[in-house]
Design a protein around this ligand. Structure first.
Ligand SMILES: [Ca+2]
Length: 380
């Protein structure tokens, strides 16, 4: 079971969320140029839903261990194809042509400086088309401006400084010397995840549209080998993680998990009537299921009203959201009940639906809707 490593890691990290399978790719999305049937992240477990095929293009240099090639071809730890792209060919291909042929582009250490990896006209558009980029290339750092400023050199022994799901899973050993330091970057969407012993940022990741990028000054692709010395194995795992990370959009979850909600739980009225003149609050229950644990909601993110964007969450005297935990439907699973100020829900006399949105503590977006009835007894 070549995937078991990731499945177990994902389960360990997101064990609190139960398990469930939700394919996030919309097969009807005509805008998507994803060719390799790349998939996304399971909403609840955080596990990557593995791509069927990752087509990797390796730009301009074929030295080192080529961890990506090992991962895809020798060990088959991820499904995919690996192809060298001659620098001249690379420069002659448009972004659209590149995206049609490749899901991930690797810019390796000692890539040719002839390569045109201009951020604005090449890399960013490639990612916006859903492509992923892995970068170890100290020779073309100049192409990254204005998004990122970096410079080459030797930067002391480095290590993971920030945990990023998928990307840093299982990377425990120290990493070696870095050859690129990132001195300035827009933040967000870039985040640092590897730092050198001197505190220099030598690893960044970011998401752009449906695509993502991992930039490192450490040479995971160059040195990574599954059966090498400990540091090579560590690099191999980082290269594998990076490949999976960018192939799945960097854990980019655009979709929204559907949740069940009820207004005024326990009420006999269905739909529940709402009096727009009321200065009171409306209790809304977010129901737990075997797949969705409502207690994992980040309460502060809840919005409820006509569009689901209304900041109507009621707070207590201490500023905390007015929420409680209760099994409102008696199914043995504790639900979350929060109160919303009717005056801030933006409902009008034509409203027939209340929409709730929010985010779980692990970053999963969710949304629920419920039928409502506006009380028309008051003459306006
Ligand atoms: Ca329940």
């Amino acid at each position: 079971m070549r995937y078991s490593y990731y499945v177990i890691l994902g389960l360990l990290i997101f064990w609190g969320f139960g398990c469930g399978e939700h394919m996030l790719v919309d097969p009807h999305d005509e805008d998507s140029l994803r060719q390799g049937e790349l998939t996304d992240i399971n909403f609840l477990t955080g596990e990557p839903i593995l791509p069927n095929l990752i087509r990797v293009g390796h730009v301009g240099f074929d030295g080192g261990q080529l961890a990506a090639k090992l991962i895809l071809e020798n060990y088959e730890d991820l499904p995919g194809t690996f192809e060298f792209i001659d620098r001249g060919v690379f420069n002659s291909l448009s972004v659209e042509e590149l995206r049609e042929s490749y899901d991930v582009l690797i810019f390796p250490w000692q890539g040719s400086s002839v390569v045109n990896a201009d951020w604005e006209t090449r890399l960013l558009p490639f990612m916006e088309l859903g492509g992923g980029i892995i970068w170890e290339d100290e020779r073309n750092v100049g192409d990254l401006q204005p998004a990122i400023t970096g410079n080459g050199g030797f930067f002391s022994r480095s290590e993971i400084s920030d945990e990023v799901p998928i990307l840093t899973d299982g990377i425990t050993n120290n990493l070696g010397t870095a050859l690129v330091r990132f001195t300035d970057y827009n933040k967000p969407p870039f985040s640092s995840f590897i730092k050198s012993g001197n505190g220099d940022t030598v690893g960044l990741w970011g998401q752009f549209g449906k695509g993502s990028i991992v930039l490192t000054g450490v040479l995971a692709n160059y040195y990574g080998h599954k059966e090498g010395m400990a540091f090579q194995q560590n690099y191999y795992n980082l290269a594998l993680n990076a490949l999976l990370f960018v192939a799945t959009g960097g854990g980019n979850v655009d979709d929204v998990y559907p949740v069940d909600i009820t207004v005024r739980p326990g009420s006999d009225h269905n739909p529940v009537s709402i009096n727009l003149k009321s200065r009171g609050v409306l209790p809304v229950a977010i129901l737990s299921t075997g797949e969705f644990d409502a207690l994992q909601i980040d309460r502060e993110t809840l919005r409820f009203g006509a569009t689901g964007e209304e900041e109507s969450l009621a707070t207590l005297g201490n500023g905390r959201p007015q929420c409680g935990e209760e099994d409102v439907n008696g199914n043995g699973l504790t639900d979350m009940v929060c109160h919303f100020r009717i005056q801030r829900t933006e409902f009008d006399h034509d409203s027939t639906e209340g929409i709730l949105t929010g985010v779980t503590v692990s970053g999963t977006k969710f949304k629920g809707s419920v039928e409502i009835k506006i009380l028309h007894s008051d003459k306006e």
